[in-house]
Design a protein around this ligand. Structure first.
Ligand SMILES: NC(=O)c1ccc[n+]([C@@H]2O[C@H](COP(=O)([O-])OP(=O)(O)OC[C@H]3O[C@@H](n4cnc5c(N)ncnc54)[C@H](O)[C@@H]3O)[C@@H](O)[C@H]2O)c1
Length: 361
């Protein structure tokens, strides 16, 4: 029997999906888990049958591991990923790649220096409906996609309000870096990853700093802070002439949470949507994939029936990472794709602060 890929996971929040992803792959096993919270560590270790538990990731790196999932707050992505790569471990890092492109570049360089794989967990690419849509795009069904609209907007969904998510210093930003990162990546991937050139953006911070509960997402920790945006909008232009309009919110007076990517091509268009009946309640979401064409002179709407994945592609992404390590192949979402997105987000924040269009470098 071939040797199994030995994985370690750092951070046991969303890191649980990584554990499940490895444990659902026949060629992988999770041999160690690290979390600074002893309580979380013990509970997660027990729940998933992992007995090598660490509160210090550097100690965990002394084990014989093939790869590590980095699932910690954004500020720690760069230092921990770089330490893992220097220790000879392949890395699957959660999104966003880092707080900014400067940190992200160091991660990408460290992977290149070590000759190891750095994959970013852009799990939305691995949703079944996204995979089907990518198949259409790669087959040329849309012709040239020249315009797209995408976003992730919530009426009431500030994560960990007053915790690390709402601290600029730890998170690097608000819903732009937390939510829009997913849909911008997905949309650019569907468009064939065009080279970004210039952007114009605005950010707003209307409800977050008030620290008044907005509804079922719970009570903010008023001892913490909120110094990021709670909404962002922007336009990105690409070297090939394409344009994307992007919006993201954690809190806004809108009907309900909506996650979407709408493509407009010279042959056909498409819409991938996740509409929530109850704001922030995943079980209430309805996923649809539609294709819009013109046939026999008539407008035709096709609904493509795809069984959605309740894990939103998170397990499949981890399994893909393992497949790449086993097969010696590059991942479909390398660290460099995460870096391209960070360059755009940096420019969008700069544009919002300056009120001017900003060249993406
Ligand atoms: N892909 C997705 O769908 C998705 C969803 C949520 C979060 N995320 C990303 O995952 C990352 C973690 O987010 P989360 O929601 O799990 O946050 P979280 O706060 O729920 O969990 C983070 C965990 O990391 C632990 N931790 C903090 N510092 C550590 C350290 N130095 N060493 C070891 N453990 C440490 C914390 O104790 C905590 O248990 C973030 O970058 C976030 O953007 C991705």
């Amino acid at each position: 029997m071939a040797k199994k890929i030995k994985a370690g996971v750092i951070g046991a929040g969303i890191g649980k999906y990584h554990i499940e992803g490895y444990q659902s792959h026949a060629d992988a096993e999770v041999v160690a888990l690290c979390d600074v919270s002893e309580e979380t560590l013990a509970a997660t270790g027990e729940a998933y049958g992992i007995d090598r538990l660490f509160t210090d990731y550097e100690e965990m790196l002394e084990l014989d591991l093939d790869c590590v999932s980095v699932c910690v707050p954004n500020k720690l992505h760069a230092p921990i990923t770089i330490d893992c790569l220097k220790a000879g471990r392949n890395v699957l890092c959660e999104k966003p790649l880092a707080r900014n492109a400067r940190e992200g570049q160091k991660m990408v360089d460290a992977a290149a220096d070590a000759g190891l794989t750095l994959m970013i967990q852009f799990n939305n690419r691995f949703r079944p409906e996204a995979q089907v849509l990518k198949g259409y795009a790669d087959d040329g069904a849309f012709g040239d996609i020249y315009f797209a609209r995408c976003g992730w907007i919530r009426r009431n969904g500030i994560p960990g309000w007053g915790g690390w998510f709402t601290s600029e210093e730890v998170a690097g930003g608000g819903p732009l870096i937390d939510l829009a990162v997913h849909m911008l990546d997905l949309t650019m991937w569907l468009m064939g990853n065009p080279e970004p050139e210039i952007c114009m953006a605005s950010t707003y911070s209307v409800f977050g700093p008030k620290m008044e509960a907005l509804g079922p997402w719970g009570t903010p920790n008023k001892k913490g802070k909120f110094d990021v945006e709670d909404m962002a909008v922007g336009m990105i232009k690409f070297a090939g002439g394409q344009t994307i309009l992007l919006e993201a919110s954690w809190a806004a007076r809108i009907k309900r949470e909506w996650v979407y990517s709408t493509l407009m091509g010279t042959q056909a268009g498409a819409s991938l949507e996740r509409v929530f009946a109850v704001d922030g309640v995943d079980d209430s979401a309805i996923d649809t994939l539609e294709i819009f064409t013109q046939e026999q002179g008539e407008a035709v709407d096709r609904v493509v029936k795809v069984e959605p994945d309740p894990a939103m592609g998170r397990h499949s992404a981890v399994r893909h990472f393992v497949d790449c390590l086993v097969g010696g192949k590059p991942p479909i979402s390398p660290g460099t794709d995460g870096l391209r997105i960070m360059r755009i987000l940096d420019a969008m924040y700069k544009s919002a602060a300056s009120g001017k269009a900003v060249t993406i470098r």
